[in-house]
Design a protein around this ligand. Sequence first.
Ligand code: PHE
Length: 463
Amino acid sequence: MPNNNPKSSTSRHGMWQNKGTFILAAAGSAVGLGNIWKFPYIVGENGGSAFIIIYLLSIVLIGVPIMMAEITLGREGRFSPINTMQKLVDYAKAHKAWTLIGWGGVLTGFLILSYYEVISGWALHYATEYGSHALGLKPVSEAMSAQDHWDNFQASPLKLILFQTLFVILTVVVISKGVNEGLEKAIVWLMSALFLLLLVLLFYSMFAGAFAQSVNYMFNPDWSKLGVRSVITALGHAFFTLSLGMGAIMAYGSYLPEDVHIPSTVILIALLDTVVAIVAGLVIFAIVFANPALEPGAGPGLLFITLSSAFMGGMPGGIFFGTLFFILVGVAALTSLISLTEPAIAWVVEKYNVSRARIAITIGVVAWILGLGTVFSFNLWSDFHLIGNQTFFDVIDAATSNIMLPLGGLFTALFIGWVMPKEQIFKQLSLSELGFKAWQIVIRWVAPIGVAIVFLYTYISAS
Ligand code: PHE
């Protein structure tokens, strides 16, 4: 439970060994399905580069300041997001309702976790399929068309559950070993693999893909394609991709050594996240454009159907590089899954003083059961609509991305901007007077108003 000591310099769960491992961990959380699966397809749906400019503005103006806020709160509290918020609320003598930031975060993380495992499983399934063709275990001639393959896969709950389960097990194994032996070790390996794979794929797409066309598509703005909706999507995605609004970054911040400079670290994390998203987009569009029959605006099926039919449809080395590509997606997803689980684990450890391993298994099982709702949304329950014409998965996805994350971010900004004592935050951020003033204006006004607009718009357009 929180103590009355306003500031402790370490966390009971362990501490990142240095700035580098924290950056990798936070970048690992940020880089995930959001970058490799979602970002390219929303760029495609919103007409390319003009959308990217709005997205970059959202990252810089709203994402970066809120990430600084979350890390600062985490390092100030040094507990799981729930207890950190409780401690800081006591300390600032604020209304108890602010602790909902912590509770809401854990709940949101849990809901995202449940479907994220299932979608990560899709990537693993594709990696094993491509891998077995690449290794000659299955003749390529037996491969179905990308669309048929997708339809068949989605129609089989057992297959979906198998790959979902593998991800649950991987996450539980890593997380049960703790911050230093589990998270830190796994993340260093996984992120190294991720950067290497991405680099290999970038070179591949430069040589085998229509790279110039891809660059043009991503960097030559066509403002006519941009509407209000695109702006809202860009802003909402900035939250999702930086893992903001649900406590993951706050939990990671609570393991951050005192001497690490938060603002410069955050800029680096946001930069890494953005570079990975852009490179992934360049790779994917270069491969898609190399096949004149395919087009970039395919929506969520861009990766699993459009890109897959490019890889399978006679690209040189397509099977091999397709295998690498889907391994990359799986690796990126795993480091995000770890961060989605950590806030809840840390809280149960603090509350009940039980071993991490036991809790990790319990939380894994509960998230797995909830994830079945997502699995069945694509087959057995595809006609079962929870709200309007939305399946169980659609509802959880929309509720978390469009409502819960923006709300979490909004209240985090308001809490640190208006409720926390200013001196404390000033010390934590160690910015110049002017830098701090600028950050304060953004966190008090720009970010909350921006988020409120997104929130209201999604609310109005849904009703
Ligand atoms: N940032 C991750 C992605 O882009 C998703 C995520 C959201 C992870 C919230 C943790 C917390 O895929």
